[in-house]
Design a protein around this ligand. Structure first.
Ligand code: NAG
Ligand code: NAG
Ligand code: NAG
Ligand code: NAG
Ligand code: NAG
Ligand code: NAG
Length: 301
């Protein structure tokens, strides 16, 4: 069970990178392009890859108990679930863990997006405004998920797939959304909205920071966000991520208030190091390097 989860996770994390590489090489070798092939991008161009996300800061948006679209749950209740997000250890892109269940029986496949504004205290999902779209692409036509840089930054279901099963769980790395405050792609002060297929808003939740940038690792442990992928770390932190060196996919380490030690003491070469030293791809290397983090999130929740 854990092994198969880890494998699914591995594919989920690496697939977008492979897709990106494929699209880069194919566009580079395109000789004669027809107009139909050139994708719609933002008025300000394609979304840019954010390379300096502060690692370790975890943001979470948890759906409320009551739906905004009351008609979707005549007897009360709501979609259950959350988005959890943390920057990749190398600061390139953000790992998203998406978990939804108890969706309405009809009206799918469901969509979900990061919206510009947070949810006001009255829970009004309309007030979250439109999708996060700093490059001004617009919602239509729907973007090509093979070219996520051409999509609205906040269009997560457009880039990584609609909610087509219940429960729905997926983990991926998005290169464009950011945990870096001050830039348009920053989502920590915004919200996520779940929609019917016809875009009617079912429910929404604001992101909140649930762990800080030092990854919850105590200064005295010799661990840091930077060293976390290359050395063993333990944590007495407050229930946050503590990736281990070995990147042992079947045993991601996590900290639960210091109750559990997270180190095994032996540092075997990580997938990240193996891939990089094989010289195949730095991007693949960084993808592999985030697996411990993604796995830690997965098992933390
Ligand atoms: C956006 O990216 C696509 C796919 O790589 C490319 O074809 C297009 O030329 C880019 N557009 C701009 C404005 O950079
Ligand atoms: C959207 O779909 C839902 C579920 O099928 C339905 O209840 C709602 O009325 C639809 N909204 C619009 C604007 O058609
Ligand atoms: C919800 O917010 C929208 C946009 O701000 C507003 O037009 C609408 O009146 C609000 N609805 C309620 C019930 O407050
Ligand atoms: C999406 O982009 C890929 C890569 O450029 C291309 O092969 C494919 O035809 C595009 N799909 C659509 C529906 O435009
Ligand atoms: C969220 O943060 C971004 C970047 O720091 C800022 O531009 C935007 O105004 C903020 N939005 C809200 C609703 O606070
Ligand atoms: C991962 O951890 C498990 C349990 O501690 C152990 O049995 C397994 O050999 C480890 N695998 C690797 C590749 O280190």
């Amino acid at each position: 069970m854990r092994t198969s989860s880890a494998i699914a996770l591995l594919s989920a994390v690496i697939a977008p990178h492979v897709a990106a590489q494929t699209s880069t090489s194919s566009s580079a070798t395109t000789g004669s392009t027809t107009a139909a092939e050139s994708p719609v991008t933002g008025k300000l161009g394609n979304a840019t890859v954010v390379e300096n996300n502060p690692p370790g800061i975890v943001y979470q948006a948890t759906l409320p108990d009551t739906a905004f679209a009351k008609s979707a749950y005549p007897d009360g209740g709501n979609v259950k679930g959350q988005l959890t997000a943390v920057a990749s250890p190398d600061g390139m892109g953000v790992i998203f863990r998406v978990q939804f269940s108890k969706l309405p029986k009809t009206g799918g496949p469901f969509l979900y997006h990061i919206h510009v504004d947070p949810v006001p205290s009255d829970g009004n999902c309309t007030a979250t405004l439109a999708h996060l779209d700093p490059f001004i692409r617009g919602e239509t036509p729907a973007c090509n998920s093979s070219l996520p840089q051409t999509c609205q930054v906040g269009d997560l279901s457009g880039k990584y797939g609609k909610i087509d099963k219940d429960p729905f769980e997926v983990t991926y790395v998005d290169q464009f959304a950011s945990t870096l405050e001050g830039i348009g792609a920053f989502f920590g002060n915004r919200s996520v909205v779940v929609h019917f297929a016809n875009t009617t808003r079912i429910t929404c939740a604001s992101f909140a920071q649930v762990a800080n940038g030092d990854g919850g690792l105590p200064a005295s442990s010799g661990c840091s966000a930077e060293s976390a992928t290359s050395s063993s770390c333990s944590s007495t932190g407050t229930g946050v991520l503590a990736p281990t060196a070995s990147s042992n996919l079947t045993t991601p380490a996590l900290s639960t208030g210091g109750a559990r030690p997270t180190t095994t003491g032996t540092a075997s070469p990580s997938p990240s190091q193996a891939v990089v030293s094989a010289g195949t791809s730095v991007r693949l290397g960084s993808a592999a390097g985030v697996i411990a983090f993604a796995a830690a999130i997965m098992f933390m929740l």
